[in-house]
Design a protein. Structure first.
Length: 732
């Protein structure tokens, strides 16, 4: 046990060290990016904000969030949003001290909003942001970072935009460009040489070495004061920073509610982007480690970390993919690795604070340009190769465009809106009607007499069956109406098989209500079958249709649990309308049964003397699966259903038999046990002919018994033919 703990601690130590080496240079670069917009003298504050943010987030977010191996530090989305915020404030003429105060409050509000997200359970929703939106905003953030760093890479004047910097080469500093090129080269080539040391560290060391190499030519570069090429003294150990923080906190007391309201949009932007960045990293981490994080707890931990960072003047951040992957691959196993990373960041600042002052601004800018370039989703250009995905690329392009011209939250909103439009378009483009078949092509499982089947073959096309699929909503309601409209004019029964329908909305329900009323005007019926009780949305469709008043009592709408029951009901009405439905109250005599029509009266009289008469109430079992028996049952009155019991207590309706028909012929012919249950669906009167009785009758009436067997075979063949007809209809 102690050995295991020692191994875990060692893994967390190495993981935390490696993660710190990856996160700290980027954090310094991000901080410089934000604060340098206020002027070169504030770059040191930016570096310090990055370091303090790394420390606070590592200590607090790791302990409170609870996701193992996750490293939280200042990140690119925070740099992009806060840089744009500072640039906008400077353009509006906001005093520097006020901007510093606003940055503190903004970090606090961001943390509070993230905690609210966690408390109300939004953690489970934010991570489901559509991929085109995530791709677009990451690419937009990458381009924003590149745009903000190019002027620093060129050594242009502080506050210059990328377009102004590119248009005025006279403002460029060749030393800055050389340092930046060296940094980018090492950043790209270092992984090919060694992976033992993070590329960002080697690139930063190479850029710093290039700076001091150039100072041999220009000794003025060795002066720290007012040197635009380096970060400059951070003042971390002096009173300047402490006094500045004290002044900022005194300024917070003077802020009004209106000032807070003006910060709400950028704070919400930052909170959403940082939450997405964190949860996206957690999802990847879960997949790699076969673990499961608590999204809402993690958001609360991230919020506490960002509040702590704001309280001490640090930069807010999120769970970082790169540092987390390095942490995991270096042996980390618990959240202590994040705590160790934060402690080591603070130690690095205390021990190396003076050296950090000499880090070249161009070197940090070069590192961020590479980071920004890697954030651009180049894979999205593959979407242009297919017509089916070109609209997804347009969503990504729209998100990037809005991110660059308006902002990241409007960009995310634009992307979500377009993704919804694409989803609706996809749903509308799909076929809502899976299959259409007429009532003389597909029959119920009720086994009918030849006379009844002839009626259904001739007049069954009064009914049409539509098997529906997908979503019935405002986008597909018109498509469904267009499919049903020609049938409404010519059919008396429209059956809708709803078993594959995923959802239904008010627009579709209203359209179906109109169809019901149109069918009622011509004495027709709209029949619903297989209404799902548990839709993916959790809604009970039958309950919803009842609530909408689609099938009120004695209306032109009917609801059945299964399609077969619906078809039986329609077929019975068709037969009745054709005046061929026999009176149920009259018991059939033997000569009226299909098997014995046309036989001699004296022969039938001799047979009837040998037949047993039985009666069953509705719901009673005539026989049960597994029963021994060799009897053929002839129905004089009522209906019988053949049911098969399945696993889990479920039953399957095999077939139905009505007045004048027969069942039980399998055991009668082969003498095997019953293969299913026979249940009286209504009160039933039966003739029962056992095989023993038949054999005795056959000895005396050989010709009559042979005719009976021929009739039995003929009717069984007829049933098989109807089954084949239905199978062909299903295939079509």
């Amino acid at each position: 046990m102690n050995v295991a703990k020692s191994e875990n601690l060692a893994g967390d130590l190495w993981g935390g060290l490696a993660a710190m080496l990856v996160a700290l240079p980027s954090a310094i670069a991000f901080g410089v990016t934000i604060y340098a917009s206020l002027g070169g003298s504030f770059a040191a504050y930016g570096a310090l904000a990055g370091i303090l943010g790394t420390t606070a987030l590592g200590l607090v977010a790791s302990l409170a969030g609870g996701t193992k191996r996750l490293i939280t530090a200042p990140c690119a989305p925070a740099a992009a949003v806060l840089s744009a915020f500072v640039i906008r404030q400077v353009a509006q003429g906001t005093p520097d001290t006020t901007v510093l105060l606003l940055l503190v409050v903004l970090a606090l509000m961001t943390g509070v909003l993230q905690m609210i997200f966690g408390f109300v359970g939004l953690g489970g929703l934010i991570k489901y942001m559509p991929y085109p939106v995530v791709s677009g905003y990451l690419s937009g953030v990458g381009l924003i970072i590149i745009g903000s760093q190019v002027p620093k890479f060129l050594g242009a004047t502080t506050g210059a935009t990328i377009w102004h910097a590119l248009a005025t080469p006279a403002t460029w500093l060749w030393q800055s460009i050389v340092i930046g090129i060296v940094t980018i080269a090492v950043m790209l080539l270092a992984p090919r040489v060694t992976k033992a040391v993070p590329a960002a560290i080697l690139a930063l060391l190479a850029g710093t070495a290039a700076y001091f190499g150039l100072s041999l030519v220009n000794p003025a570069m060795l002066v720290l004061d007012n040197n635009p090429l380096v970060i400059g003294a951070m003042g971390g150990s002096g009173g300047g920073f402490t006094e500045g923080m004290t002044a900022r906190w005194l300024g917070v007391q003077g802020m009004s509610l209106g000032d807070i309201r003006n910060l709400l949009v950028p704070a919400l932007t930052l909170a959403v982007l940082l939450s997405i960045d964190t949860l996206k990293t957690c999802v990847v981490l879960d997949a790699l480690t076969r673990s499961r994080h608590d999204s809402n707890r993690e958001l609360i931990g991230q919020g506490l970390g960002n509040i702590t960072a704001g309280l001490i003047g640090g930069m807010p951040g999120a769970g970082q993919m790169g540092a987390t992957m390095v942490n995991m691959s270096s042996g980390a196993v618990s959240r202590m690795s994040g705590v160790i990373e934060g402690v080591l960041a603070l130690i690095a600042f205390l021990l190396l604070g003076n050296l950090i002052a000499w880090v070249p601004v161009a070197s940090l800018a070069a590192i961020l340009i590479v980071v920004g370039a890697r954030m651009i989703d180049r894979h999205s250009f593959q979407f242009l190769k297919s017509r089916t995905t070109i609209f997804d690329f347009l969503v990504i392009l729209a998100v990037v465009t809005v991110a660059l011209t308006v902002g990241l939250i409007p960009a995310s909103g634009t992307g979500v809106l377009l993704a919804i439009v694409l989803f609706i378009r996809e749903q509308i483009g799909g076929k809502i009607v899976r299959r259409k078949v007429y009532g003389n092509q597909s029959f119920s499982k009720q086994i009918r007499l030849q006379e009844d089947m002839t009626i259904l073959e001739q007049r069954g096309d009064q009914a049409v069956i539509f098997e529906l699929q997908g979503s019935l909503f405002f986008g597909t309601a018109n498509q469904l109406y267009t499919s049903l409209e020609p049938e409404i004019k010519t059919r008396k029964y429209i059956l809708l098989d709803m078993g594959r329908v995923q959802t239904i909305d008010l627009t579709a329900a209203h359209m179906l209500e109109q169809i019901r009323d149109m069918m009622a005007e011509k004495n027709g019926f709209l029949v619903f079958a297989k209404l799902p009780h548990n839709l993916p949305s959790g809604r009970d469709m039958q309950q919803y249709i009842d609530q909408m008043g689609l099938a009120p009592y004695k209306s032109a709408a009917r609801i059945f649990d299964d399609l077969d029951a619906a078809q039986e009901w329609v077929e019975n009405r068709i037969i009745k309308d054709a005046a061929l439905e026999r009176a149920e109250e009259k018991l059939l005599d033997l000569n009226e049964l299909g098997l014995f029509k046309g036989r001699k009266e004296e022969t039938l009289a001799a047979l009837e003397l040998r037949l047993e008469k039985r009666a069953f109430k509705a719901g009673e079992k005539v026989f049960t699966r597994g029963d021994a028996g060799d009897e053929l049952f002839l129905i004089r009155k009522g209906f019988v259903r053949i049911m098969l019991t399945l696993a889990g207590g479920k039953t399957h309706h095999v077939s139905s038999f009505g007045r004048g028909d027969f069942f039980g012929e399998m055991a009668f012919l082969d003498g095997e046990t019953r293969s299913a249950d026979a249940i009286a669906f209504t009160d039933v009167e039966l003739y029962v002919l056992s095989r023993k009785t038949f054999d005795a009758f056959a000895d005396e009436h050989k010709k009559a018994s042979l005719k009976l067997m021929e009739g039995l075979a003929s009717m069984l063949a007829s049933r098989l033919r109807y089954a084949n007809t239905e199978l062909r209809a299903l295939q079509s």
